[in-house]
Design a protein around this ligand. Structure first.
Ligand code: SF4
Length: 354
């Protein structure tokens, strides 16, 4: 787990946070300090605001991996002017994909274990810094399956950090946790939201001056059908040991060829550059000659038949390929050109994982 701390630009820094922090003092005369999980959705932003409103010092934390999109969290941290810790969660989430103790949700999303482990990691940081709490934006019964009382309790227990965990938006409907019991956090200034209505959150957003926020879903590729088809194919055929292959799931079109090799086809110039740059001596790189088209990568150990199929796919994705395209096969310092008849894209689609 690595932690990159991003201090937001302070042009709009609001000194009221610090003033409030000195007013809202806890047990030892110091403001309580905590990390708040920030997805970028409105509830996670409000959790930060509610804790800050009672004088706590709050920093935000987001977990990054090839499966998560964290742009919304960065934007939210900037809008709230809160320091954001970006923590690499790749090894953790890959481990959960292999063995999710509580299973998967509707796709390949091990949400209970993932959420619990994020809280655990945040809690470990809180403990190591001598801080007081971990906050999340969960709202009791907002999602019937994942945010009911049983699920919230389960996640808290599985995280091993139940004592430190505060759900500020629904805290008054949940049992008090340690920072509330010992007075570092004022329970009476936490909220009692419950249910699916978003009305209260919208009112709070207006109260806190939050004007823009993304829709609640959309930050996790493990819930997306097409992405999960590629991931399932990788898990079952090649495994998840090679992090480059895991990170390439977000890159290019993927084809599982008849002989068993996988080829990845760049979709634009940026992806072509990245595929070439991240290829290794174990890869074969294909490039069209004299016509714009994709970079294609497949294992150098692929069968001759799969190589020729990959070359035909490469030719088929070139711009105006005509009846034949010269494809250059690069392996280390070796190069070899072949004239290839393009394969129609619709025909190649049969090998895309579904
Ligand atoms: S949606 Fe994705 S990031 Fe969120 S808890 Fe589930 S698996 Fe983790």
């Amino acid at each position: 787990m690595t932690n990159n701390c991003e201090t937001q630009a302070c042009a709009c820094h609001d000194s009221r946070h610090d003033e409030m922090a000195t007013k809202g003092q806890g047990r030892a005369g110091l403001a309580a300090r905590g990390l708040s999980l920030l997805s970028g959705g409105l509830d996670s932003m409000l959790a930060v605001c509610v804790m800050r409103a009672q004088g706590c010092h709050v920093e935000a934390i987001v977990f990054d991996s090839p499966f998560f999109k964290i742009d919304a969290a960065r934007a939210a941290a900037a809008a709230l002017d809160v320091r954001l810790h970006v923590v690499d969660f790749t090894t953790d989430i890959v481990g959960l994909l292999r063995h999710p103790p509580h299973g998967f949700g509707g796709a390949l999303n091990p949400c209970i274990d993932c959420h619990a482990l994020m809280i655990r990691r945040a809690g470990e940081m809180v403990v190591s810094m001598g801080w007081d709490f971990v906050a999340t934006g969960e709202v009791l019964n907002q999602r019937p399956m994942s945010q009911n009382r049983r699920s919230l309790d389960l996640v808290a227990r599985a995280s091993g950090m139940a004592d430190l965990l505060i759900r500020p938006l629904s805290a008054l409907r949940l049992d008090p946790t340690r920072p509330e019991l010992d007075g570092r956090v004022t329970r009476a200034r936490l909220l009692d939201l419950e249910g699916r209505s978003r009305r209260s959150q919208m009112d709070l957003a207006a109260q806190y001056g939050i004007r823009e926020y993304p829709s609640p879903a959309g930050g996790c590729l493990l819930t997306e059908k097409l992405f999960c088809a590629k991931l399932r194919d990788l898990m079952t055929r090649d495994g998840l040991d090679h992090l480059r292959d895991v990170s390439w799931l977000r890159l290019g079109r993927h084809f599982r060829l008849p002989g068993g090799a996988k080829c990845v086809v760049g979709r634009d110039a940026g992806e072509n550059v990245r595929l070439q740059a991240e290829s290794t001596p174990d890869d074969l790189v294909l490039r069209p000659v004299g016509v714009p088209g994709p970079t294609v990568v497949l294992p150098a150990a692929a069968s001759t038949s799969d190589r020729l199929t990959a070359a035909a796919i490469c030719a088929g994705y070139c711009d105006n390929p005509g009846s034949c395209v010269r494809i250059r096969l690069l392996h280390g310092t070796e190069r070899h050109d072949e004239d290839i008849v393009p394969l129609a894209r619709a025909s190649a689609h049969q090998w895309m994982p579904r």
